[in-house]
Write a protein that binds this ligand. Structure first.
Ligand code: AMP
Length: 304
């Protein structure tokens, strides 16, 4: 089954304690679609400026991502600059240049409108809503966001959260959005808005998935080498949605497996800068790390 994703395709300038990447390929939709493309067909909705190199578009197309919804308009591509300290869990945004994002009017190609899976990646919530309204009858809609939009467009964002099935955000964002320090209480508040599930990403501490009645916890894969956490969240979401679209299994068990595939994809992405690790990733490595995950989290029950 195919997935439509709207989000940013960007130039990133990123500094971590291990090095610096300047004007490298980034963006929420770029990471998401690359990760999801290992599992399902993906169609991209995004905007770039005249300065965006063709080789990056070719990379997406080589991963069989449909780029007919990628607009190129006059102006400069969205640019994000960020820094990570030794605590790699929290990015510090140094600068956000919206550029062409300010004039972006998402217009979905006809072939995208019957998509069954829709991911509203991190982008202006008004744009997320415009895309949501153009997809006819999606089976599953999930969204992400970021502190930038929580503080600049809280009302528009609330509307998005009320209209999706699954919200996937960072723990800091869950706290910021609700003003609630306790994550379980914050999760309850977000679910009360109308979504069925909330997935809270906690960096190296893993992921929590909440419904009104249940909670599932997965660790992050313990990694010896973490170079650049940029895009980990979007890569997680790509593996999660990609696996769901691949199997069509939206049961609790299916969603738990998808959480692990998302975590597997994120664990690869942090091993190198930008999308460099994704570029050389092979499916058999994904399968092998899924098995390692199973071993990592399985233990014997007590015998009474
Ligand atoms: P992640 O590390 O998964 O949360 O996402 C990192 C990506 O988000 C980077 O590649 C950035 O280009 C992109 N990004 C940063 N700020 C924003 C923003 N305000 N809106 C949309 N995308 C953003």
């Amino acid at each position: 089954m195919s997935i439509v994703v709207v989000g940013t395709v960007a130039f990133d300038t990123v500094e971590t304690p291990f090095g610096k990447g300047e004007n490298v390929l980034g963006g929420s939709a770029t990471y998401f679609s690359t990760s999801a493309s290992f599992f399902a067909d993906v169609s991209l909705v995004a905007v770039v400026g005249e300065d965006f190199p063709e080789e990056h578009v070719a990379f997406l197309q080589n991963r069989a991502i449909d780029t007919s919804g990628l607009q190129r308009i006059p102006g400069k591509t969205f640019h994000w600059s960020g820094r990570y300290g030794y605590d790699l869990n929290e990015a510090q945004t140094l600068d956000t240049q919206l550029n062409v994002l300010m004039d972006f009017k998402p217009e979905l190609p006809e072939s995208y409108r019957d998509a069954e899976y829709l991911f509203l990646a991190n982008i202006d919530p008004d744009l997320q809503m415009e895309v949501l309204q153009q997809v006819r009858k999606p089976k599953l809609v999930a969204c992400d966001t970021m502190n930038f939009w929580i503080s600049s467009k809280p009302e528009a964002l609330k509307k998005v959260l009320q209209n999706v099935d699954i919200v996937i955000i960072n723990e800091g964002e869950a706290r910021q959005f609700t003003g609630e320090a306790n994550l379980v209480k914050a999760a309850r508040q977000i679910i009360a808005l109308g979504c069925k599930r909330l997935v809270v990403k906690r960096g190296e501490y893993g992921v929590l998935m909440f419904t009104a009645e249940t909670v599932f916890a997965a660790p992050a894969f313990p990694m010896e080498e973490v170079f650049d956490p940029t895009g980990a969240g979007d890569t997680f979401a790509g593996g999660f949605m990609g696996y769901l679209a691949n199997t069509g299994d939206l049961s609790e068990e299916g969603l738990r497996q998808a959480i692990i595939f998302g975590s597997v994809m994120a664990s690869f992405n942090v091993e190198d800068f930008s999308l460099n690790r994704m570029k050389r990733l092979e499916f058999k490595e994904i399968q092998s790390r899924f098995s390692s995950f199973k071993a990592l989290t399985s233990f014997r029950d007590v015998s009474v």
